[in-house]
Design a protein around this ligand. Structure first.
Ligand code: NAG
Ligand code: NAG
Ligand code: NAG
Length: 372
């Protein structure tokens, strides 16, 4: 199995609970792999997929403890299956980035922001839940606020990590084993999964779809700046996830009902998904341009959207966990003090797959909470 193929397969573990549709995932693995440079990346890194480290940038889709370290632990039941306790992931178990790390034979990534028990010998994770590419003008202390650790901030943290980790590592002994070898930076895999919050942010701030579409080029310019900064710091292998069909996420449907009213064949918000697809088309162009500008880099564009969308549209039932339903209900209550009943919420989102149903934790389900 080729290394890139291997990574593609790890992407199958897309949502926290995959069992129901693993077969579809296997079929869809082909969607994930991009030709051309991907193969070059794999070849250059060694046919056996010898990436000695992973450095990740992103939002909650790949946060392994950053936001939790800064602002308080993600509460139970997060982490309840694989880890048996909350571990800073907005998920019951492992995230895609965890499967990528273990697929490469590496330990799970410690969050850069986590000063307790972290070990960065094989990489670091700069992602935090609620991060966007552009800086947000609303803080987490406001309703609907976003993480202050936008992608540019994450890249400054990485830059600091490159230099300071080597200074400390030279103290030897214990410290040497806590940080990557210097040469790892040019051989590591740099993974990115970010952009969804830039799109939802506009809607949550009452912008029109036209406004949101209009700022996509600016978002992608900022994304390209960060890829270049990592390249100039020595990064060569880039694994870039596009954004998912956020028009299928209950929290978006609940918070922006007017735009959510137009549904696609699956029952997801058509307008939101069109915006996600526009973003992805432009991201793909951006990646193509970066390949020209950064001749020594191997950039792989990964079509996460198609995998998630197929998963949702082919599932018989999209099941939210009890936690998901409660969380979605809380979102509704924030908008309307008297709230909607859980059943109303289920009714409102009929057609997202087939129906959103209340399930006890532990059963097969596609969604973990209303956001993930
Ligand atoms: C934040 O506000 C500034 C100044 O008004 C604006 O230029 C920028 O686009 C805003 N950022 C976002 C993400 O809306
Ligand atoms: C950090 O992790 C590496 C790889 O798992 C291990 O060899 C090393 O001993 C760890 N360092 C410390 C200080 O625990
Ligand atoms: C968006 O509009 C709603 C309803 O008019 C309003 O309550 C809310 O404060 C607005 N949000 C922002 C960020 O302007």
């Amino acid at each position: 199995m080729g290394p890139l193929r291997y990574l593609s397969l790890s992407l199958l573990i897309f949502f926290c609970k995959i069992k129901i549709i693993i077969i579809w995932g296997l079929i869809l693995a082909v969607v994930v792999e991009e030709e051309g440079k991907a193969t070059a990346a794999a070849a250059a890194a060694g046919a056996e997929c010898e990436f000695p480290a992973v450095f990740n940038f992103g939002d909650s889709n790949s946060d392994t403890g950053g936001l939790s370290a800064a602002f308080g632990q993600a509460p139970p039941p997060n982490g309840e299956t694989f880890f048996g306790a909350p571990v800073g992931r907005y998920c019951d178990g492992r995230l895609v980035v965890d499967f990528i790390a273990s697929g490469l034979g590496l330990p799970f990534l410690s969050a850069y922001l986590d000063s307790i028990g972290s070990n960065f010998s094989h990489g670091a994770n700069f992602a935090t839940a609620g991060s966007s590419i552009r800086r947000s003008n609303t803080t987490l202390f406001q309703s609907g606020g976003f993480s202050p650790f936008s992608l540019d901030v994450q890249s400054w943290q990485f830059s600091q990590f490159v230099t300071r980790s080597q200074v400390v590592s030279k103290r030897g002994g214990f410290y040497k084993d806590l940080f990557p070898n210097e040469e790892y930076f040019s051989r590591a895999l740099y993974t990115f999964d970010i952009g969804q919050n830039d799109l939802t942010m506009g809607y949550f701030h009452n912008k029109t779809t036209k406004d949101v579409k209009a700022y996509i080029p600016d978002v992608l310019d900022k994304f390209a700046d960060v890829i270049k900064s990592v390249y100039y710091l020595g990064g060569r292998y880039f694994w870039i996830h596009n954004t998912g069909p956020f028009g299928c996420l209950p929290y978006v449907l609940v918070r922006v009902p007017r735009i959510a009213a137009r549904k696609d064949r699956v029952g997801c918000g058509a307008t939101f998904n069109e915006v996600a697809q526009l973003f992805n088309a432009k991201l793909k162009e951006t990646v193509a341009k970066l390949r020209e500008e950064l001749p020594l880099a191997a950039l792989t564009y990964v079509d996460v959207y198609s995998v998630k969308y197929e998963l949702i549209s082919r599932a018989n039932k999209v099941r939210a966990s009890a936690y998901g339903v409660l969380r979605a209900r809380r979102e509704v209550q924030l908008r309307r003090p008297h709230g909607l009943r859980v059943e109303d919420h289920g009714e409102q989102h009929r057609g997202f797959g087939r129906e959103v149903v209340r399930r006890s934790v532990g059963e097969d389900m596609l969604g973990w909470d209303s956001l993930h």
